[in-house]
Design a protein around this ligand. Structure first.
Ligand code: CP
Length: 295
């Protein structure tokens, strides 16, 4: 059994196994297993796609929200998880506001799947983004991905950069200087240039809830965002991605969200297949190859 808390712990082979399995029919492959979905931060896509994935895999499943759980009485995340393990749950899917919350859960022996930890990581979003890029370009190798906008506060950007580089993508960034990651040591371009260079424009939501100082959206789209005019300068094969939710009219023009160049809804759809594959890989016994990839 395997856990997925950060892709830093996963090899390229592990990642490729999920990407291959996501293309196969896993219907009812985890019949008899049970997942608990613990969401201590809001979520629509991750939460619903895990539920749908678990349903399609034939798993029993339930949601545990902060409001209705004994964490309200001060019970720790470890004790909550240990309790669910003792009740017979086979896998824990957890979204938590605390960065690296999973470090508290070293003693839990069932798989823990990180569904987003504060400004830390979002490994299943990364896997679905990788899957979407492979479907579009046939490979990650050599694909030029520009991450645009609020990079500093984005767990998706941090997760994706590491995995994309490991699989051979070229990373660029664009956006306000104060949200840039200079320690990444990658080219940082004005948006007018970025749109011409990128194969993938990975737009990022402005994460106001994680900002230390107040931020004013006036003029952001025109200065740093993806306007219709800029989108016309994209290469013919290039695509737009965004983990969503999108601030329509802020980081990108409203009409580009459902534009023919947008893969935003494809990413969401791919999220179900990828999360099924993650659950399958995490719940297979060590050395066991229950799920053979069919290309
Ligand atoms: N992309 C993403 O994680 O969306 P949710 O916050 O709605 O799950």
């Amino acid at each position: 059994m395997k856990r997925l808390v950060t892709l830093n712990d996963w090899t390229a082979e592990d990642i490729n196994e999920v990407l291959s399995l996501a293309d196969t029919d896993l219907t009812n492959q985890l019949h008899g297993k049970m997942a608990a979905n613990l969401f201590f931060e809001p979520s629509t896509r991750t939460r619903c796609s895990f539920e749908i994935a678990e349903h399609q895999l034939g798993m029993a499943r339930f949601q545990l929200d902060e409001a209705g759980a004994s964490v309200q009485k001060g019970e720790s995340l470890y004790d909550t998880s240990r309790t669910l393990e003792s009740l017979g749950v086979d896998a824990l899917v957890i979204r938590h506001q605390e960065k690296a919350f999973y470090e508290q859960l070293e003693g839990i022996s069932i798989p823990v799947i990180n569904a987003g930890d504060g400004a830390g990581d979002h490994p299943t979003q990364t896997l679905l983004d990788l899957f979407t890029i492979v479907k579009e370009f046939g490979s990650i190798q050599g694909v030029r991905v520009c991450m645009c906008g609020d990079i500093r506060h984005s767990r998706v950007a941090h997760s994706n950069k590491q995995a994309l580089e490991r699989l051979g993508a070229e990373i660029l960034t664009s956006g306000p200087e104060e949200w840039r990651m200079p320690e990444w040591d990658v080219p940082h371009l004005p948006m007018d240039e970025a749109v011409k260079e990128a194969d993938v424009l990975m737009m990022l939501r402005v994460q106001e809830e994680r900002h230390e100082t107040s931020w004013h959206r006036g003029g952001y789209l025109e200065k740093h965002g993806l306007t219709l005019e800029r989108a016309r300068n994209m290469q013919s094969h290039a695509v737009i991605m965004h983990p969503a939710p999108v601030n329509r009219g802020v980081e990108m023009a409203d009409s580009l969200v459902e534009h023919s160049k947008s893969r935003i809804y494809t990413q969401m759809k791919n999220g179900v297949s990828v999360r099924k594959a993650v659950l399958a890989v995490c719940l297979q016994k060590k050395g066991e190859k229950r799920f053979e990839a069919i290309s």
